[in-house]
Design a protein around this ligand. Structure first.
Ligand code: ZN
Length: 266
């Protein structure tokens, strides 16, 4: 429903009660309970929390009993060079054993700024493929990290045939954004402005966009999620409310989550 269509005070109240702010990618296991409470009090209704290694995957699972927290488990590409086969299998089994509560496989992906050489890039690619295959096997979406590697990331995702992929902290240009759209994938946008990212958002339909903070990794707070929504709204020429509603719908559909504790922003 667009804001302009609201005709009565009653409709407006009902509409505002629907407004939700969902963070499609963060690391809330690294935050205190107080920070999480502040975020929820400031209007954030749901978080998809990503593990990056064995210890954080365990912590993320431990957060699962909090309302509005949805776990994603994976191994970050920065850990590809040092993780051994046994530990990879341990994490795969952990994900399988918790597949009911795990909403996505992530954080996984490629980070060529971190890889020292071709050998490390290849290790990242191998690990990434292994977890994308796991996601296909478990019928889960993937939450993908890409730094200086977007073309290879999209090639791997396309070749595996996965249908539900989400490129977080999208770094691509408008042309790469169009490729994301043609593959039927999603991006999520952090609360950090760049001209390149604004061009990419402009090139994408709103149906392919979610909002995130990556908190605390990029120095952002979870409650900064409204800044991500504002950036998206600006690039798409939408008002904040209708943009927030569209993004919330996209996020719930992509991760197959339902959010019950709707926040009233009145
Ligand atoms: Zn992350």
């Amino acid at each position: 429903m667009a804001f302009a269509q609201i005709s009565t005070k009653k409709d407006e109240m009902k509409y505002k009660q629907r407004l939700e702010l969902l963070d499609a990618h963060c690391h809330a296991d690294m935050l205190s309970d107080e920070e999480l409470d502040t975020a929820m009090a400031r209007g954030v209704t749901a978080l998809v929390v990503n593990g990056v290694d064995t210890a954080s995957n365990m912590s993320v699972l431990g957060l699962n009993n909090r309302t509005g927290i949805f776990p994603a488990l994976g191994i970050h590409p920065e850990n590809a060079a040092k993780i051994n086969k046994e530990e990879i299998e341990y994490n795969i089994n952990l994900i399988k054993a918790n597949s009911k509560s795990v909403k996505a496989i992530g954080e996984i992906g490629l980070d060529y700024a971190f890889a020292k050489d071709e050998n490390e890039k290849n290790k990242q690619k191998e690990l990434f493929k292994r977890f994308v295959e796991l996601a296909i096997e478990l019928d889960k979406p993937v939450s993908v990290h890409s730094r200086e590697a977007i073309d290879d990331v999209l090639d791997i995702l396309e070749n595996t045939g996965i249908k539900k992929a989400h490129i977080h902290f999208f770094e691509g240009n408008a042309k790469q954004a169009k490729r994301v759209e043609s593959l039927g994938f999603m991006v999520s946008i952090p609360p950090m402005h760049s001209a390149k990212r604004m061009d990419a958002i402009t090139a994408l339909p709103i149906a392919n966009i979610m909002a995130e903070t990556d908190s605390p990794t990029a120095g952002m707070h979870i409650y900064d999620i409204d800044k991500s929504v504002m950036l998206i709204a600006k690039a798409k020429g939408m008002d904040f409310e209708s943009c927030a509603v569209a993004i919330a719908d996209n996020t719930k559909r992509f991760f197959n989550i339902s959010v019950h504790n709707l926040i009233r922003r009145i």
